[in-house]
Design a protein around this ligand. Sequence first.
Ligand code: SAM
Length: 267
Amino acid sequence: MLPEQILALADEDSPVFLGAVGSLVSATFLDEPKISDAFKTGKGVGWNKRSECLFCGTARFFRTSYKHYLVQDWLPALAGVVDKLKRGAKVADVGCGHGVSTRLMAEAFPNSTFYGFDYHDGSIETARKAASEAGLSGRLQFEVHSAKTFPAHAYDLVCFFDCLHDMGDPIGALHHTRSTLADDGTCLLIEPFAKDRLEDNLNPVGRVYYAASTMVCTPASLDQEVGLALGAQAGEARLREVALQGGFTRFRRAAETPFNLILEARP
Ligand SMILES: C[S@@+](CC[C@H](N)C(=O)[O-])C[C@H]1O[C@@H](n2cnc3c(N)ncnc32)[C@H](O)[C@@H]1O
């Protein structure tokens, strides 16, 4: 392989690694009959009913951005959050999947305590195993909970990494989140990069996300109560409406990358 190909396809630690896309494509082919059926019935296909390679592929695909931006750029872009994390904060990672983002934060901020929640028990099991192997189990706990039922611990920070739009009731999830936050707490929403108008998203990144939205995110949301189906290209204006309806009063774009919108919501 050429050095450029190695960076994109073989080196998992490179900032442009995209090799995990293969697992995501396999998962969509494997699950195609379920999706075709869901298009006929309108019922959706839950995240927890998908092929295993979707879970691993998602964790590997998003890890590239999280590893290179989360601690370095995204957390510092939030008002006052890094100081709290250094002193010792309580953090929830909702819809944490395999817990890649939770582990990266726990490794960077040894005085803080982290809770990862997901409604998919298989993902939580994998996240627990990885935390234990990394020697982080003491201050990093993973539990099966939905975004509307996770326990309140007066969190300084509640994060949703690439998952709010997969939920059936993102407004309900943010309402619950608001009630679990400390008074001056912050909610961090990482969502796929998108502009507000469809015609402005017709570019290579937007095409990948619309395809993923059709095959994965929208069916996942339709499988849950409310079934809002925000989709993976909701855009900042729509996400702002959802956050305000969820009880937050302050909302801003804190940062962005070609693949990610980094949004800060505060009470
Ligand atoms: C695209 S994956 C992102 C996983 C992880 N945050 C990451 O970035 O690798 C979406 C995650 O949201 C979880 N999820 C979907 N609906 C949920 C809900 N209502 N409550 C909790 N988790 C949910 C799924 O199980 C899945 O792990």
